[in-house]
Design a protein around this ligand. Structure first.
Ligand code: SF4
Ligand code: SF4
Length: 290
């Protein structure tokens, strides 16, 4: 019998911020956006086995030619020099994960988790694996766990339909409401993202929409009001399920471009003003601030 595989950057056991309750979060490798403020740029691409990181690793934890099977975890001191060196926004650390591996991971944490969240990178690029994983986990554990998908929303229709048939909910990033600003931030149009948000809401599958507030781009009144108007519309479709709106200030940690680190930062005052405006424009108790 076939055993589908995924490429995984890392697995986190016991996260409290990736969906409801205590969860296992799987961070998939590969993304279809190239966000200027990406905090995990090493998840964007697959390793090209160029070997550059092997030259800078202080403990020879990456074999000479680099590549997926070249990482020796027992030698790694987690200095992350390899991530800084990689010219391709990748990592030598990622690995393949089978459904059987995933079941073992879930079994190890089954007594203290409420569910599993598939995140990234952009996990929906590996949607065949996600669907197989949700089916297999449901077969093994019944309805014991919920399955959430953390996505940027750029999902082609056939994949989205299948994912919606199996997922318990979605955490959706809406990077910007203006098409121009969305392109500026991510390199991609937002038309399909907004369309998919409506599809998810119609199926009452939206758990949370997230906005990252970036100086002079999304941390401005017109973006907050446009987001609030759209999220109000989504919330009506999503009812009676509650829709949370999380407002996150841009954070420079992990961002590669030093100019972006400076130019995108917002002050506490700007963040507070955006939150106040959001609370006036959307159900206050469903707004999450940080
Ligand atoms: S984090 Fe990367 S560079 Fe540092 S020891 Fe591990 S493999 Fe080597
Ligand atoms: S992780 Fe990056 S630097 Fe290392 S081998 Fe792969 S592509 Fe090259």
């Amino acid at each position: 019998m076939s055993n589908p595989q995924a490429t995984i950057n890392r697995i986190l056991h016991g996260t409290l911020i990736d969906g409801p309750g205590v969860r296992i979060a799987l961070f998939f490798q590969g993304c279809n956006f190239k966000c200027r403020y990406c905090h995990n740029p090493e998840t964007q691409n697959f390793c090209r086995a160029c070997g550059a990181c092997a030259l800078t690793c202080p403990t020879a934890a990456v074999a000479e030619h680099g590549g997926v099977d070249s990482y020796r975890a027992e030698r790694c001191v987690h200095c992350y020099q390899c991530l800084k060196t990689c010219p391709h926004h990748s990592s030598p650390h990622y690995r393949t994960l089978t459904i059987d591996d995933l079941i073992k991971e879930v079994e190890a944490s089954r007594d203290f988790i409420d569910g599993i969240t598939f995140s990234g990178g952009e996990c929906t690029l590996q949607s065949d694996f996600l669907v197989s994983a949700m089916k297999a986990l449901r077969k093994k554990f019944g309805d014991h766990f919920s399955f959430y998908i953390d996505s940027n929303g750029l999902i082609e229709k056939p994949h989205l339909s299948l994912l919606m048939d199996h997922a318990s909910g979605f955490l959706l990033d809406i990077k910007a409401m203006s098409r121009k600003r969305h392109r500026f931030l991510t390199g991609k149009d937002n038309k399909l993202v907004l369309h998919n948000a409506v599809e998810m809401a119609k199926r009452r599958l939206l758990y949370e929409v997230r906005s990252v507030l970036v100086c002079n781009t999304t941390a401005i009144p017109s973006e907050i009001i446009a987001s609030a108007t759209f999220i109000n519309h989504l919330a009506k479709l999503n009812a009676p399920r509650t829709l949370r709106w999380k407002l996150i200030p841009f954070r420079p940690e992990g961002v590669r471009d030093p100019r972006a680190q400076e130019e995108m930062l917002i002050s506490k005052e700007v963040y507070d003003n955006c939150c106040r405006l959001a609370k006036r424009s959307y159900c206050e108790q469903n707004i999450i601030t940080v």
